[in-house]
Design a binder for this molecule. Structure first.
Ligand SMILES: NC(=O)c1ccc[n+]([C@@H]2O[C@H](COP(=O)([O-])OP(=O)(O)OC[C@H]3O[C@@H](n4cnc5c(N)ncnc54)[C@H](OP(=O)(O)O)[C@@H]3O)[C@@H](O)[C@H]2O)c1
Length: 281
């Protein structure tokens, strides 16, 4: 049985859909009854409602578990304690841990990446079998903009329109996640997972082609982005971390390499065009 934490976020859903397709027994850990109902609707029958910061809740979720797909809450100030608790419990019954990390956790200027470096260190220093997956930012992050894109004809981000960001299709990540869960030859590997490097201008061009409309790329203010783009965060730490993220992306873009993902998938990663076709048609 595999435990998936933060099961009701977009990442959790993608991984769970892939695990369910393969009939792999899963338990989901989520924070609220509302999320528990959503998870039941997508086919999860074993659900624990609990707080990842609470030792006893994690202990309950880990009963009879062989491996954990460890997703931490996005932009969380509590990753260190969450990780200490989880690893302590996993160590007692030799549970294998597959960590959903981030690309470039070395970036000090993005607090949620820097914090993930500490999570990675805690895991590496444990005596457990572990795997670290480092996905770049998802293509799916623009989905909240798509329902009204034909109306307002703009694709918006708080980055210069020609700044390149390396993005990846979350469904490719889910495919790799399930391989990493099932296959112990991934043990003790750190895998950077990237798709395509693309600017906002190029993304708008692709979406224009798919819709047969002229969609323009627009750089917006960070505060507008935070209110409008549906980036999930809570509290002041989350707000500050998302500001830092946009400021870093605007200044440096986000570089990445797709060789590792191609090699694990045994094919080219999903292109932005194919993602846009699937999302829009
Ligand atoms: N978005 C990207 O482009 C991207 C790229 C690479 C890596 N990542 C990583 O992917 C991870 C997940 O991101 P996401 O956007 O999919 O997540 P998300 O939408 O923020 O969902 C997080 C889920 O975590 C649960 N949660 C929050 N605090 C919790 C707590 N204290 N205890 C238990 N559960 C808690 C929430 O459950 P409830 O619904 O029950 O409240 C929520 O459903 C993050 O670590 C992020 O760094 C994201």
């Amino acid at each position: 049985m595999v435990l998936v934490t933060c099961a009701n976020g977009k990442t959790g859903h993608a991984i769970i859909r892939e695990l369910l397709k393969l009939d792999i027994p899963i338990r989901a850990l989520t924070a609220s009854e509302n999320s528990s109902r959503t998870l039941s609707e997508i086919g999860v029958s074993d659900i624990v409602v609990g707080d990842l910061r609470n030792y006893d809740d994690i202990k309950k979720a880990c009963i009879d578990i062989k491996s954990v797909y460890f997703i931490t809450p996005n932009f969380s100030p509590d990753e260190e304690i969450i990780t200490s608790n989880l690893l302590d419990i996993c160590s007692k019954s030799r549970v294998r841990v597959v960590l959903h990390s981030v690309i470039h956790p070395q970036i000090h200027r993005m607090p949620h990446h820097w914090s993930r470096l500490k999570v990675e260190s805690q895991l590496i220093e444990s005596d457990l079998d572990w795997v670290i997956l480092q996905p770049t930012t998802y293509m799916q992050n623009i989905l909240p903009q798509l329902p009204i894109i034909s109306e307002n004809k703009e694709l918006k981000l708080p980055v210069p329109v020609d700044q390149k960001l390396t993005v990846v299709d979350l469904n490719d990540i889910a495919e790799v996640a399930v391989k990493a869960i099932n296959d112990k030859t991934f043990n003790h590997g750190i895998f950077e997972l990237c798709g395509e490097s693309i600017s906002l201008f190029q993304q708008a061009k692709v979406i224009s082609e798919v819709l047969g409309l002229s969609i323009s790329a627009k750089t917006i203010d960070v505060d507008i982005a935070i209110n409008e783009l549906g980036v999930p965060f809570v509290g002041n730490y989350g707000l500050e971390a998302s500001r830092q993220m946009w400021s870093y992306y605007a200044a440096h873009g986000l570089a990445g390499n797709n060789k590792v993902l191609s090699s694990i998938l045994g094919r080219k990663p999903t292109s932005y065009l194919d993602f846009a076709k699937a999302a829009l048609q």
